[in-house]
Design a protein around this ligand. Sequence first.
Ligand code: SF4
Ligand code: SF4
Length: 125
Amino acid sequence: MTYVIAQPCVDVMDLACVAECPVDCIVAGGRTLYIDPVACVDCHACEPVCPVEAIFYEADVPAEYAHWTAVNAEFFPGGGGPALTGGDHPVVAALPPQSAHKKEISLFGIGKEDPAIVDVWFPAP
Ligand code: SF4
Ligand code: SF4
C-alpha cells in the first residue's frame, strides 16, 4: 500500500506534506505533487497536514479519485509509466486552472467526507 495525492492538490502545491515525509518520497511536478508508491512507508505523517484534504491512504481513495493512484505511480519511472521530469502526468496537465476555487474551499474546510461538494468545483476529467 501507499498514500496517494489526488486532484485537490492541483494548483495548490503549498508543500506542507513534503516537510513531513521521512523518506522524501513526495515529489513536485509542475502543478501538483506525487507520492512514489515504491518509496512510501505508509507512515501517515503527510495526510493530516494537507490543507485541502488531497492525501489519501490507497485503500481509502474515494471512487471519484480512483485513477489518481495510477497518476501518482505513473509519474515515477519505476511505476511503469513515462519518466516525467519538470512536468506533470497527462491527467494533471489536461485539467483547467483550479487554484482560485481551491483556496476558497480550503477556507471553508471541506473534508474528505464531502466529495460530492468538492466535485461541483473539481469535476473529474
Ligand atoms: S505516508 Fe509517510 S512515507 Fe508515505 S508519502 Fe506520506 S509522509 Fe511520506
Ligand atoms: S499538503 Fe496537500 S496541497 Fe500541499 S502540496 Fe501536499 S498534497 Fe498538495
